[in-house]
Design a protein around this ligand. Structure first.
Ligand code: C5P
Length: 234
């Protein structure tokens, strides 16, 4: 069964705790990204874990292998359950991250690789020296990441179907850009409904504004979870 992760895109720990309280017991997984982590630091991870929730630490690490290895160890010690790295860091960096995570045994953070940022198009890739199309680069980066030891990938709803078919079973496919029918799209361009994302093979859906900005966040989360469950049991 796919899991719902709510993106805590809020400026501080107080707001994060208020949102978690408003969303209630149905949601057990939260994403902490750069905005909140830089503002509130590791204490916010401890606070969310202290509420009995799982944490997706979305810091998109990209550095030399030794630095990433040590950062993964710090994240593991904090109790992060999922952690992102950039696949363009290369195979040695990905392997170093996977090996550092494995030292935590059963509670090891799962390493997710970002393939191509969804904000980049073909012209942007060319500017940084990548001649492949974004689609080909996603495929190449995905197979490099998984063969180097990553547990899964962050991918757009548009990519998830093809990746699910081509990667070994058990690879985590974590999908943002999810919008229930009728929800505001905001700045997302490549969107899918929760049901479609689950049917296409997403193992985790990341949803922010449709829950955080809803008048009743608990009800918004419950509706998304119901749609995920229905799609998962078809
Ligand atoms: O509010 P919304 O549901 O659009 O939030 C989606 C979350 O997923 C945000 O935290 C955003 O940074 C993240 N994300 C994304 N697209 C990507 C990677 C991450 O929307 N390609």
């Amino acid at each position: 069964m796919a899991e719902l992760i709510v993106a805590l895109d809020v400026p501080g720990r107080k707001e994060a705790e208020e949102k978690i309280k408003a969303i209630g017991p149905d949601v057990s997984f939260y994403k902490i990204g750069l905005e909140l982590f830089i503002a509130a630091g590791p204490d916010v991870v401890r606070a969310v874990k202290g509420l009995g929730k799982k944490v997706f630490l979305d810091l998109k690490l990209h550095d030399i292998p030794r630095t990433v290895e040590r950062a993964v160890k710090s994240a593991g010690a904090l109790g992060a359950d999922l952690l992102t790295i950039h696949s363009v860091g290369g195979p040695a960096m990905i392997k170093a991250a996977a090996e550092a995570a494995a030292e935590f045994g059963a509670s090891a953070p799962k390493i997710l690789a970002v393939t191509v940022l969804t904000s980049l198009d073909a012209a942007d890739l060319k500017d940084v020296g990548i001649a492949r199309s974004p689609e080909d680069q996603v495929r190449a980066a995905a197979s490099l990441a998984v063969s180097s030891g990553a547990d899964g990938l962050v991918c757009s709803p548009r990519e998830v179907g093809a990746l699910a078919k081509n990667l070994r079973r058990g690879t985590l496919l974590v999908t943002p850009g999810v919008r229930p029918a009728g929800a505001a799209v905001g700045d997302q361009k490549r969107i899918a409904t929760p049901g479609d994302a689950v049917r296409d093979g997403s193992t985790h859906l990341v949803v922010g504004r449709p829950i955080l900005a809803a008048p009743d966040p608990a009800a918004a989360a419950a509706a998304i979870l119901a749609e995920m469950r229905a799609a998962g049991t078809l």
